[in-house]
Ligand binder design. Structure first.
Ligand code: NAP
Length: 264
């Protein structure tokens, strides 16, 4: 198990849900934290809480990572403050649902910018430095949605398929440089994601799964990160779901996902 004491972690999407819980866990292990998301007030409140609990260094850098070039500006700000990142957690992301021709294009462009481009940018900019130092950890948050196409959530599922494919490739490329890349694939989790993606009334959320809690998912992520696991799928039901996708004909899987993504 890796000891994160004295390391510095950058967590995107630290203002709520899984990212916020991961920040608490890493702080408890003695990790210094750089917290980012759009809502500065939420990040400031978390920073105060962590410092009160004894965290050594916590920095808040608010940023909208759905804006082109924002990841590069964030890295410039890290440099400006002399912060070197040992652990990069690409967690910020959001989803959206509805028939593709009816959903809002600008929102989907933002989704791709945040879920895909910002993840790629931060991996490139900070991954290069980690490789030059011969050490580092990257945790990219994908989803169980990454394993198959998702009718009625087409762009979100595709964005997470990118994160999974990209991260697994990166893990193989960076292993010899001493950089460990892990991919977290949570299933449905009770966070603000559910309301923003408007998936509350779907069969998947209403009937099929018991939603995981953000602290449980963050704990699984932390254990996987500490062990250097390549793929982290929290929960037995999610593991079985991913396995069944590999065994079932693709056509059946897509039809099933469409049914699950419909409102019940
Ligand atoms: N919840 C689920 O069912 C589920 C399942 C599988 C995977 N995931 C993935 O888990 C990750 C974390 O989501 P969550 O469930 O914890 O949801 P959440 O509570 O909504 O957290 C999302 C985080 O992303 C940040 N964010 C959103 N838009 C942003 C932007 N434009 N720029 C910078 N930060 C932004 C949010 O902060 P601000 O609003 O303050 O910017 C928030 O901190 C996401 O990548 C999501 O796709 C979630």
């Amino acid at each position: 198990m890796r000891d994160f004491r004295g390391s510095t972690a950058l967590i995107t999407g630290a203002s709520s849900g899984i990212g916020e819980e991961l920040a608490r866990l890493l702080a408890r292990q003695g990790c210094r934290l750089v917290l980012t998301a759009r809502r500065q007030d939420r990040l400031d409140a978390l920073a105060r809480e962590l410092e009160k609990a004894g965290a050594e260094g916590v920095w808040v850098l608010a940023a909208d990572l759905a804006v082109a070039g924002a990841a590069a500006r964030l890295v410039e700000e890290l440099d400006h403050r002399g912060l070197s990142i040992d652990v990069l957690v690409n967690n910020a992301g959001f989803g959206g649902s509805g028939p593709f021709l009816d959903t809002d294009l600008a929102t989907e462009q933002e989704m791709v910018q945040l879920n895909v481009v910002a993840v790629m940018d931060l991996c490139k900019l900070l991954g290069r430095r980690m490789a030059a130092r011969g050490a580092g950890h990257i945790l990219n948050v994908a989803s169980t949605a990454a394993f198959q196409p998702g009718p009625l959530m087409a762009v979100y599922y595709a964005s997470k398929a990118f994160v999974l494919s990209f991260s697994e490739a990166l893990a193989a490329e960076l292993r010899d440089a001493g950089v460990v890349v892990s991919t977290l694939c949570p299933g449905p989790t009770q966070t603000e994601f559910v309301a923003r993606a408007d998936v509350g009334g779907t069969r998947l959320v209403n009937r099929v799964t018991r939603m995981a809690s953000a602290p449980d998912v963050a704990r699984a992520a932390f254990v996987g990160l500490s062990r250097g696991s390549r793929l982290i799928i929290p929960g037995v039901v999610n593991k079985l779901g991913v396995l069944s996708v590999r065994l079932m004909p693709r056509r059946w899987v897509i039809a099933l996902v469409r049914r699950l993504q419909e409102k019940s």
